[in-house]
Write a protein that binds this ligand. Structure first.
Ligand code: NAD
Ligand code: TYD
Length: 359
């Protein structure tokens, strides 16, 4: 019989958002959690050292595309829910190598759904009603907005523009079909750009932060007037936990920070914080390091999220403003340079060369 003390199975729990979700889970819930992660370049067990020895925490290194493994984990741990975060997540990498994105994000989600369906169909009626498959997705599935357009609502059509966004849109639609066709109790969340501690420095904020600390040019794609909505990762972890408990099967929820701004403004704020935290730095003012480089092909101009449904139906709203969240983030990176050095050794250097050398 599944109950509140039953375990949950998380995929991608060693990545950026997954780590925050797992850490938050043990702070707020403390019930058993199985973390299935392949540990690609983006997965890092160091993020999870605080829970590694906790009773109820199980880490399994493996691939979401391994149907037998996923099936075995479900039989063995009898989870009440799956929280599916594992994915290839970086747009620029998807432009260079889209195949891995389709394999992991589309086929991987299909394998997870099929394993979940097999397990779920074998449960008794009460447990079937209780089970949830929470699929974690992005606002990028909705494509790009023009300046005056209304922010994305859950009902908007999918218009993905990058291979990453297309792979996530495909996976969202497959999740939808598994609910409609088989009745699997799925929930989908579509979230805006996350930032915070533990983010791999290929994404804008940690990348620019790392370069600014070392006095290197800060690559701004094109005119830098692209708009993103930024959400502190801790708020996203809370939103996922709440969606799991209160979300209705078959529903999708937009998760956002109510915080739209241009990349130029975002990087300028970050540089100002570095000026404040590093008064002796020879690279002050850090904003002078900003440098326009060749734009990303197909670069989405604006994302904006209308997250009123999450507030109305889940009772969730972000706790951090961009000013408070960014301050915490910059402080964390300055205090955790060893973490940055560890994750930016080896393969990271090759990626920097691939993405930035010709710009
Ligand atoms: P991330 O790249 O930091 O982490 C992904 C994790 O998945 C890593 O730990 C990696 O090892 C694991 N993984 C990758 N392929 C796997 C496979 N085949 N089998 C098992 N594990 C595998 O990603 P993130 O930024 O933490 O994003 C997590 C999820 O949230 C993704 O689904 C992403 O699309 C979504 N999302 C991210 C953002 C964002 O701003 N980062 C915003 C909205 C939604
Ligand atoms: P990113 O963090 O890659 O997230 P996403 O593409 O999913 O929104 O990029 C955020 C924004 O910053 C996006 O408009 C692209 C831009 N960007 C730069 O200007 N320079 C960079 O070096 C990177 C990585 C991103």
């Amino acid at each position: 019989m599944l109950n509140d003390d039953s375990s949950i199975l998380v995929t991608g729990g060693a990545g950026f958002i997954g780590s925050h979700f797992v850490l938050d889970w043990f702070t707020s819930m403390g019930t058993p959690l199985v973390n299935l992660d392949k540990l690609t370049y983006a997965g890092n067990l160091r993020n999870l050292e605080a829970v590694a020895g906790r009773p109820g925490y199980t880490f399994v290194r493996g691939d979401i595309r391994d149907r037998d493994l996923v099936g075995r984990l479900l039989v063995e741990h009898k989870p009440r829910a799956i929280v599916h975060l594992a994915a290839e997540s970086h747009v620029d990498r998807s432009l260079v190598g889209p195949g891995e994105f389709l394999d992991t994000n589309v086929h991987g989600t299909f394998v997870m759904l099929e394993a979940a369906r097999g397990y779920w169909q074998g449960l008794d009626e009460a447990d079937r009603a209780r089970f949830r498959f929470l699929h974690v997705s992005t606002d990028e599935v909705f494509g790009s907005l023009k300046p005056g357009d209304a922010p994305f609502e859950e009902t908007f059509a999918f218009r993905p523009n990058s291979p990453y966004a297309a792979s996530k849109a495909a996976s969202d639609l497959i999740v939808r079909a598994w609910h409609k066709s088989y009745g699997l109790p799925t929930i989908v969340t579509n979230c805006s750009n996350n930032y915070g501690p533990l983010q791999f420095p290929e994404k804008l904020l940690p990348l620019v932060l790392d370069k600014a600390i070392h006095g290197e040019p800060l690559p701004i794609y094109g005119d830098g007037l692209q708009v993103r909505d930024w959400l502190y990762v801790g708020d996203h972890a809370t939103a996922l936990r709440v969606a799991l408990e209160r979300g209705q099967p078959g529903q999708t929820y937009n998760i956002g920070g109510w915080n739209e701004q241009t990349n130029l403004d975002t990087v300028t704020m970050l540089c100002a914080l570095l000026d404040e935290f590093l008064p002796e730095s020879p690279h002050r003012p850090h904003a002078k390091l900003m440098k326009s480089v060749t734009d990303r092909p197909g670069h989405d101009r604006r994302y904006a999220i209308n997250a009123t449904k999450a507030e109305r139906e889940l009772g969730w709203r972000p706790a951090e403003t961009f000013a408070t969240g960014l301050r915490k983030t910059v402080r964390w990176y300055l205090d955790n340079q060893a973490w940055v050095e560890e994750v930016t050794s080896g393969a990271y250097r090759a990626w920097m060369e691939t993405n930035y050398a010709g710009r």
